[in-house]
Design a protein around this ligand. Structure first.
Ligand SMILES: [Zn+2]
Ligand SMILES: [Zn+2]
Length: 263
């Protein structure tokens, strides 16, 4: 089973770097070298100033063998996300794919998923309550109507904190919400390079999502082109074990399911 798509990538990394062929072409070369044929650029909404749709069009013309999707990762940053949402609304028609993420809990000055600093937000707190609050925020992002897919759905486990309650009690409402709205969730190998060392989301959440017929994208959350498709053979094995034989791809926010066996 060959995975062919990576729907979570950050060509700009963690600062504004205006899109140009020199910045973007290495990502396509790297995709090609790894056998990936469909990739989405999903820079953080706070770096929207660097995104240039004309440069993406140029890149598409120069690389007709690779599907290149214009995307964004929209999060809940209390300082920047209002502007991010406006930008998505304004550019909706030129975007193929928008990821929705929760990186912030109560503190506006620190993403809870910074490693290792973000772990201090969990100190002396009831972990079940943090999980419930996190998933409530995920539903808020999903409810904006501005996202196609939820990223790293159980990112809250990043530092290894586990709830006492079975995860099904904490995540079911969120999965129902995602399913009712026709949104997808991603299978992200990024969790394997974080302290928790586990795929996002967990096997148990994936099984629940399969029952609810929620479609999946495959993703690495690459912040460098060298990370594209990271750990994809391990992901393919996991998907096989969990009985997932299709992934979805997006064009202008419409999703299409592709069977992996046909590839
Ligand atoms: Zn993220
Ligand atoms: Zn990301």
């Amino acid at each position: 089973m060959n995975l062919f798509s990576d729907y979570h990538t950050h060509p700009q990394g963690h600062r504004v770097q205006p899109y140009c062929q020199t910045l973007l072409q290495p990502w396509i070369d790297s995709a090609r070298a790894r056998g990936l044929t469909d990739i989405a650029f999903t820079d953080h909404d706070r770096y929207h100033a660097g995104i240039d749709f004309d440069e993406i069009d140029k890149l598409r013309a120069a690389n007709p063998d690779i599907k290149i999707r214009a995307g964004l990762e929209l999060d809940n940053d209390p300082e920047t996300s209002a502007v991010g949402r406006e930008w998505v609304e304004k550019n909706w028609a030129r975007l193929d794919f928008v990821l929705g993420s929760v990186h912030y809990l109560d503190r506006a000055d620190q993403m809870f998923d910074s490693v290792p600093a973000g772990a201090e937000q969990f100190a002396d707190r009831k972990i079940d309550e943090i999980y419930a609050d996190y998933f409530r925020r995920v539903r808020e992002v999903a409810a904006t109507g501005l996202v196609d897919c939820l990223s790293h759905l159980d990112l809250i486990k990043i530092h290894g904190h586990r709830p006492k309650a079975p995860i099904v009690y904490l995540v079911s409402e969120t999965l129902d919400f995602i399913s009712t709205r026709g949104l997808a969730i991603e299978l992200s190998t990024a969790g394997w390079r974080k302290p928790v060392n586990e795929l996002y989301p967990s096997d148990e959440i994936i099984r629940l999502a399969v029952e609810k017929r929620i479609p999946f994208t495959t993703a690495s959350d690459a912040h460098s082109h060298a990370q594209l498709g990271e750990n994809y053979s391990r992901l393919a094995e996991k998907m096989q074990q969990l009985g997932i034989s299709e992934v979805c791809v997006f064009e202008r926010h419409k999703h299409r399911v592709r069977a992996l066996s046909d590839l």
